[in-house]
Write a protein of this length. Sequence first.
Length: 337
Amino acid sequence: MPDIFQLTRALVDIESITNHEAAVGEYLFDLLSKLAAASGGCVERCAVEDGRFNVLAHWGEPTVTMSTHMDTVPPYFPAREDTEFIWGRGSADAKGIIAAMTAAAEQLLAEGIRNFGLLFVVGEERNSAGAYAAARDPRGSRYLINGEPTENRLALATKGMLRYEIVATGKLAHSAYPELGESAIDKLLDALQRLRKVRFPADALLGPTTLNIGVLFGGRAPNVVPDAACAEIAIRLVGDPEPIRRAVVHAIREDAEAREILYIPAVRFEVLAGFDTAVVAYTTDVPAFAKTWGQPFVLGPGNIHVAHTNEERVLKRELVEAVDIYRRMVKHLLAAS
């Protein structure tokens, strides 16, 4: 097995933007097959959709499962390393976590520990397709350790998400005669401006509900009144989604249509004694698993503030620490089962 730094770099160097996870999945399948062959384990490709697959490795009945995602956001850029960090797309979110979980599994097996598994899934960055597929095929796991960048602190809670497409339609016309047309872009901008003024709720633990207008597109040319426009938005939830849904519809009014694409609830977790804790504002695969793989915990090396950026990196010190933390968590949860 490569050491944790080598493995992190090797995984980062395999481009695996969402919907293109096959190459990294095959790499992990081969790597874990070698580990399983030497230790009496089992490795599977678990079908998801359109030829995509999760990778599951287990030794005995997987009472505790360590899981994270193989996919990354664009754009891809390869790994590099300095004295403190490993850099590259996915180094923090979540290929360094894959490496740490794999190294922890190797150490547990060396100690004679069994009845745990590794589950690496596709699609977390877009629609949790891999986690939903895994939820339809549970294997009796009682605890799920979900890896996300928390700087090795156990998450107390995570925000949820509502994702919408806001779609406006209009009428084409020559821009010299705008009175003959109807601008879909003007209608969309008016709707978004009202949406930006909505006062969303806050929570004492999770903080404020937040809105991000992430994508805008529409129109045909500068000299054409546009007949179509669309915005993709994400709202980070801290509680009940129903008031947010009503607020979106009220703000959009007749100018556009709000098409709900994704809903993920906010989640609160139980405390596990002996581990540092944190609250995180992002969403995870945990709601998609729906506890079919057991009571969830969220923890991993890396800082979420650099994930999804051109400065993505993970502290090498945190990677090493994570191996021991995962090993201790698995042993603690096995003892509690």
